[in-house]
Write a protein that binds this ligand. Structure first.
Ligand code: ADP
Ligand code: ZN
Length: 742
């Protein structure tokens, strides 16, 4: 029996599924997951089919107008995943469905690229070319090139190679020597690169154990838990992923590898492309720097089944692969896996759920697993695999703590670079070794304060100080991008008493350039890396030894391999520690461990200097001794005592409005209704101004709810919100398992 109706979710948020009639002409082509165009109100809208029905109770159904694309865009399994996300993350299904498809596919405006190809119609003998030369010398020249072709060639390429023009080509077409035809081509961002095939390395004992466990999980996913691969940087995790993918593809299955956007470098892509170089299409890459056309082509390559391995950032977890056998989430502790807009999902957690739904093995890898995952491993929910040794048997770097309080007493002011760190850099410069200096803050001075009236220059839209950027010679808000001219006098009191204080990477760079006049210093942060290739170029220069000291933000903290770096300086380890966030300690520990992992990957052991005002904080002390288990133990105790994740789920509700009173009033009302709706097992916090009270002109209030039964909690919150009419200018956001508490 063929269905007469289709139930769809419309791309626009209307919080409802609608039924449409299936015209006979389209019935054959519409499946679950198909994209369709339907009449909606006075216009037409794009929608996704979620069910096919024999009948419907809906009154006055209208027919579907058209089918978009030649195959369904979402599989039934991905729709099931969308439903789970909608329930778990307390988010309308259409918002989730929107996230599952890249915009370029959803809008269906971009299609395959067409190019004109030249094909020779018959063999040409030399005399014909000579005969032509007298009448049309340029056509003859082109013909002699065409005579040598053994396959069709893109017209543009032929003309570029021969340096001839279109007129000559059209001339040959007229004379019947060639045929011109439009042909579909792929926009492959890596078409210029050549990948030299690599083969599996011989694994060491620990690696072999890990691969064995993954193999078991791939072949019997129903009996396996997710695997947590805890291995220090350089312990050969990526090599295991590569071999595990090979295991999966040999069994006819497909694989997804998630890496944080920031570590999706050309080197990473090359490693995967080279290992699976036997089929050019085999590996698809998805990340945010693709052009719309490239994204279209990569996605179609996956959806049509040609690509069998997908490597990508967060949203690649939704790659439409069939027969999924393996999902790898590298650097699973990375915060960038959490999406900060609705649906506020965490790609690692979605990976675990998708793996379960599709019968795929899930491998989470990290040198510093998140507390959540490690806790899951200790309670038996995940299986823990350990790699304790670096492949190159390199020593872990020596971590030295510099107490900035003592430095300040010595020198009267707090130095940017302590004398100990300065000596260490000098020694590296003499030995021609390289240094990385890390500071998680951009700009030159982090505030401009009047020493007369005490007023700081604040962003008019956000409750933060403006940062002074010297190169741009402007004050900038790092939250909303607002910029302002630098005043000569204090605009509040009129006195010429403005002083700059606090510092960011731009100042560190200028300071270091001054002290080490002969060293080559470069900075790598969001301000200097605005050009597309800047990142690649700077890394290449650093790798080839043209840069002595690299100053940067977290951009340089992750996943880069530089054997000649023997010194890492962490300019201020306290930046993250003082944020009002229960994860602050965890972040600091991870960051220190990751940054320290940059030092001494070659022959020489590395050294790390950590400058801090809080030398005895546990995250710094445990990181110093590379004591992962010890750190976890004490951090878990703290979280349990305070009912924080991973012991309880948290849901953060943010209420915001340009009108402070309306925001606070709405927050109070919502809290009262939640109090009525939530059983006592849930811990309901009181509404309070957010730590970042004002952001982009909006006043913000928070309500934090905690509890165990997260699905239930999500549902109760959704129901409460649906019943509450908020004023138009008040917006409410629900964040389940939040990572940003500001
Ligand atoms: P991780 O992902 O844990 O940082 P990698 O897989 O990148 O580690 O391994 C670090 C380096 O060691 C890479 O250059 C890799 O090619 C090499 N390597 C990994 N495993 C082996 C092995 N079993 N034998 C030899 N070299 C290896
Ligand atoms: Zn701002």
């Amino acid at each position: 029996m063929s269905a007469a109706f289709a139930r769809v979710i419309i791309d626009r948020a209307i919080h409802r599924e609608l039924d449409y009639a299936l015209p006979e002409t389209l019935a054959e082509r519409v499946e679950i997951g198909s994209r369709v165009r339907v009449p909606f109100r006075e216009k037409s809208a794009l929608a996704t089919v979620v069910a096919l029905l024999g009948q419907t109770d809906a009154p006055g159904v209208r027919p579907i107008e058209a089918v978009v694309g030649d195959r369904p865009a979402l599989s039934p399994k991905l729709l099931e995943l969308a439903r789970w996300m909608s329930a778990y993350y307390c988010c309308p299904i259409e918002t989730v469905a929107r996230t599952l498809l890249p915009q370029v596919i959803r809008r269906a405006e971009v299609s395959w690229k067409k190019q004109l190809f030249v094909r020779r119609t018959r063999d040409v003998d030399p005399q014909e070319i000579e005969a032509l030369r007298r009448r049309a010398p340029r056509q003859a020249e082109l013909l002699s090139a065409v005579a040598k072709l053994d396959a069709p060639i893109a017209a543009a390429e032929l003309l570029r190679k021969t340096q001839l023009d279109n007129a000559a080509l059209r001339g040959l077409e007229k004379r019947g020597f060639v045929e011109l035809r439009e042909q579909q081509v792929e926009r492959d961002p890596h078409s210029e690169d050549e990948f030299i095939a690599t083969t599996n390395l011989v694994l060491n004992a620990e690696q072999a154990v890990a691969l064995q466990a993954i193999e078991e999980a791939v072949s019997a996913p129903e009996h396996s838990q997710p695997l947590l691969l805890h291995g220090v940087t350089g312990s050969g995790k990526t090599e295991i992923y590569l071999q595990a993918i090979r295991v999966a593809t040999r069994r006819g299955k497909t694989a997804i590898v998630l890496v944080p956007e920031i570590s999706l470098t050309p080197q990473t892509v090359e490693r995967f492309k080279s290992r699976f170089a036997e089929a050019q299409d085999c590996v698809a890459v998805l990340h945010s720097h693709l052009s719309e056309g490239e994204r279209h082509d990569e996605w179609q390559k996956i959806n049509s089944g040609r690509a069998r391995i997908v490597i990508g950032a967060r949203s690649a977890i939704f790659a439409p692969l069939e027969n999924l056998g393996l999902i790898v989430v590298d650097e699973e502790h990375e915060n960038s896996y959490k999406q900060e807009d609705a649906p506020r999902y965490h790609a690692r957690d979605v990976a675990v759920v998708r793996g379960k739904m599709e019968g795929a093995a899930v491998v989470l890898g990290s040198a510093t697993p998140s507390l959540e995952s490690y806790h899951n491993a200790t309670t038996g929910k995940y299986r823990l695999l350990n790699l304790t040794q670096r492949v190159d048997a390199c020593e872990m770097p020596l971590i030295r703590i510099v107490d900035l309080r003592l430095e300040r007493q010595k020198e009267k002011i707090a130095p940017i670079i302590s004398s100990k760190l300065r000596d260490a850099i000098t020694a590296r410069l003499e030995k021609r070794e390289q240094t990385i200096l890390f500071l998680n803050r951009r700009g030159f001075s982090t505030s401009l304060v009047c020493s007369n009236c005490g007023q700081a220059r604040e962003c008019p839209n956000c409750s933060v100080a403006l940062t002074f950027h010297r190169t741009a010679a402007r004050l900038t808000c790092h939250l909303c991008g607002h910029t302002a001219a630098v005043p000569k006098k204090c605009p509040e009191c009129g006195q010429d008493a403005l002083i700059y204080s606090g510092f960011g990477t731009e100042k560190v760079e200028s300071h270091v350039t001054e002290i080490f006049a002969h060293a080559v210093v470069r900075r790598m942060d969001a301000d200097t890396m605005t050009r597309k290739d800047a990142y690649r170029e700077t890394l290449r220069a650093f790798r080839s030894g043209k840069i002595d000291i690299l100053v940067g933000t977290q951009m340089i903290a992750k996943g880069l391999h530089f054997p000649n770096v023997t010194l890492v300086g962490i300019i201020n380890a306290d930046l993250a520690l003082h944020l009002p966030d229960f994860r602050a300690g965890e972040r600091t520990f991870q960051l220190l461990t990751q940054v320290a992992g940059r030092a001494g990957r070659g022959e020489t052991p590395g050294e790390v200097f950590v400058q801090t005002y809080t030398p005895f904080s546990p995250s710094i002390q445990f990181a110093r001794h590379h004591d992962f288990a010890g750190y976890f133990q004490q951090e878990l105790e703290f979280r349990e005592r305070c009912d924080f994740p991973p012991f309880k789920h948290a849901v953060l509700i943010t209420i915001r409005s340009a009108h402070e009173k309306r925001a606070s009033f709405s927050a109070e009302t919502l809290a009262r209704r939640l109090k009525e709706a939530l059983p006592a097992e849930f811990i309901l916090g009181t509404p309070a101004p957010a730590p970042l009270e004002k952001l982009q002109g909006q006043f913000r209030f928070h309500i934090l709810v905690r509890g165990d039964a997260i699905m239930r909690l999500s549902r109760l919150i959704r129901e409460t919100l649906d019943k509450l009419p908020f004023p138009e200018d008040v917006a409410v956001a629900v964040d389940v398992d939040p990572y940003q508490l500001l």
